[in-house]
Design a protein around this ligand. Structure first.
Ligand code: DX5
Ligand code: ZN
Length: 213
């Protein structure tokens, strides 16, 4: 079994001190930095845009794992690619029949492409894209906010997905991840673990990150 990739979500960090927050994550053992981009349409919240990704890129040497929770993702791929994203994951629900085009667009910038599904979307709906992507992100909460409760039913989708994935595509899980829920997801086949509230609410960041491995 490959090692777990821990991707702390800066959604729960101190936005007034983003540079020191990512530096702290790096020192304390994070593998990737997960950046939650929300547009106030696809989800009811607004967060971070491409200029912030660009600024982070200058002060952070870890891969930037950009999670687009936005409508019309095809319009913004270029901006996020040029800003220095290492992974760009879009939502299938926002793309539908444009999914293939979006994956190719992301790849045209030599960036890893990810596809994500919300709790109510089935694995079946994205099967035809699995051969094209580098990562599949399974949401275990409704996207939009940090600090929500893990939905066990959604984690079962990891198990289902695992049967269809034959290459080294990474299964990532996002929402309500702590050591217990990470363990469940790892058993089902997840390799990358996003965690926001758990890591930032913990008194010791190093311990928090280590406890997810
Ligand atoms: C939710 C975001 C998550 C969020 C996870 O819409 O995609 O990345 O930050 O936060 P926690 O770990 O607090 O559930
Ligand atoms: Zn996320």
């Amino acid at each position: 079994m490959a090692e777990r990739i821990i991707a702390p979500s800066i959604l729960s960090s101190d936005f007034a001190n983003l540079q020191s927050e990512v530096e702290k994550l790096e020192i304390n053992g994070a593998d990737w930095i997960h950046v939650d981009v929300m547009d106030g349409h696809f989800v009811p919240n607004i967060t971070i845009g491409a200029p912030v990704v660009k600024a982070l890129k200058k002060v952070c040497s870890l891969p930037l794992d950009v999670h687009l929770m936005i409508d019309n993702p095809e319009k913004y791929i270029k901006d996020f690619a040029l800003a220095g994203s290492d992974y760009i994951t879009f939502h299938y629900e926002a793309a539908k029949d444009k999914a293939k085009e979006i994956i190719n667009l992301i790849k045209s910038y030599n960036i890893k492409a990810g596809i994500s599904i919300k709790p109510k979307t089935t694995v079946r709906e994205i099967i035809s894209y699995l051969d094209m992507v580098d990562l599949v992100l399974i949401m275990t909460v409704e996207p939009g906010f940090g600090g929500q409760k893990f939905m066990t039913d959604c984690a079962l989708k990891i198990k289902e997905l695992k049967q269809y994935i034959k290459n080294d595509t990474i299964i990532e899980v996002d929402g309500g991840i702590n050591p217990e829920t990470a363990e469940i997801c790892a058993e089902y086949g997840a390799r990358a673990f996003v965690a926001g509230n758990y890591i930032f609410a913990h008194q010791n960041m190093k311990e928090a990150i280590a406890s997810l491995r």
